[in-house]
Design a protein. Structure first.
Length: 140
């Protein structure tokens, strides 16, 4: 009896990983470029729900991956559709510092997607990341 002779199942490297989310190749490249290998618990729990179109409210500790938990699905969904004019995403942040941090992170994750980002804050300082031929898709 006991544990002798019991074989442990090998966990498939892809199960529960970013690969299992069915992300577009360009979004997946952005994730790999950032150095992410395995989703954090908050990402594993929320990303599939957000990708399916559900609204999610979640709480987790600082540094747990919350920003990527909503940005990765957002970037993927923005790039599923044919680019159209007009804003398709709006990210509100309580502070300018957090908005700038989120903008920087969004640019890094969306690097391979061609998404255009625009940010502004209460001081009307504007940060453009503009490429002619596309309309802004995301405001931070």
């Amino acid at each position: 009896m006991g544990g002798a002779g019991v074989k442990k199942k090998k966990k498939n490297a892809k199960s529960g990983g970013f690969e299992s989310l069915g992300l577009s190749p360009n979004v997946f490249k952005g994730i790999k470029r950032k150095g992410y290998k395995v989703p954090t618990p908050i990402q594993r729990k929320t990303m599939p729900l957000i990708l399916s179109g559900s609204d999610v409210v979640a709480m987790a500790r600082t540094g747990s991956g919350k920003t990527a938990a909503f940005l990765v699905p957002m970037i993927h969904r923005l790039n599923e559709h044919i680019p159209q004019s007009g804003v398709r995403a709006l990210i509100l942040s309580p502070t300018r510092d957090l908005a700038l941090q989120t903008l920087k992170f969004t640019k890094e994750l969306a690097h391979f997607t061609g998404s255009l980002l625009f940010s502004f804050d209460a001081t009307f300082r504007i940060d453009f990341d503009f490429d002619f031929g596309f309309g802004f898709q995301t405001f931070v």
